[in-house]
Design a protein around this ligand. Structure first.
Ligand SMILES: [Mg+2]
Length: 214
């Protein structure tokens, strides 16, 4: 059976952006290798290093692990203060490069007075670094998981971000994230979602006027 779906144009009242994989670029292999070697892993063990890194990242992102807890887990021993400082700096540098095309879109949305809120799973050092970025002033607010004490896709992270937009109706707010599970969780709360796959034109289409199937 063919069902004709009525379409309507709905303007956005606000946007909630994920950071990494949307505004932020993924780290390159050389960047990962530098971090792995600093952590004492051999160059040919990069995949294993990344597995250990990610297995300990969730409690670091949520603020349950501090820097020393996280790196003690990854290294298998507690780093001395100097090494810990280096690890924190190189790790943070992995997550602070941005996609110029997306940042240009943020400027466009800002000129249109569209409220924008950042909602990122990020440990404290990354959140602090992002807050110091030039583009951060374009955002109405920025919520980081370590400060919230919980990670996406916990429903309360989206509720906090929606509150930060100042918009009450979630169906008039777009959530943009490169992870499908994060988008699904946002959609279950009534937010409009864009599962971002790396094409800034997809964001641009939504920032003007969005056509949705009702
Ligand atoms: Mg992401």
């Amino acid at each position: 059976m063919i069902t004709a779906l009525p379409h309507q144009s709905v303007e956005l009242d606000a946007v909630i952006f994920d950071y990494n994989g949307v505004i932020g670029l993924q780290p390159t292999v050389p960047m990962w290798s530098e971090l792995a070697e600093l952590a004492g892993w051999h160059a040919d063990q990069l995949e294993l290093f990344q597995n250990v890194f990610w297995s300990a990242r969730e409690p670091y992102d949520s603020g349950d692990f501090d820097d020393a807890d996280f790196w003690t887990t990854v290294l298998g021993h507690r780093p001395d203060p100097e090494l810990l400082t280096q690890l924190r700096a190189v790790d943070t540098a992995l997550w602070t490069r941005t996609d110029d095309r997306v940042v240009a879109l943020l400027h466009h949305a800002r000129r249109a007075d569209l409220p924008m809120v950042l909602l990122s799973n990020a440990p404290h050092p990354v959140g602090d670094a992002l807050d110091a970025s030039d583009w951060r002033t374009l955002m109405t607010d920025a919520l980081y998981s370590a400060r919230l004490g919980m990670n996406k896709p916990h429903p309360d992270t989206y509720r906090n971000a929606l509150a930060a937009t100042g918009v009450h109706d979630p169906s008039r707010v777009l959530f943009v994230d490169d992870r499908a599970d994060n988008c699904q969780a946002a959609a279950s709360l009534g937010l409009r979602t864009l599962h971002y796959t790396g094409s800034p034109t997809d964001i641009a289409a939504h920032l003007r006027v969005t056509t949705i199937a009702a």
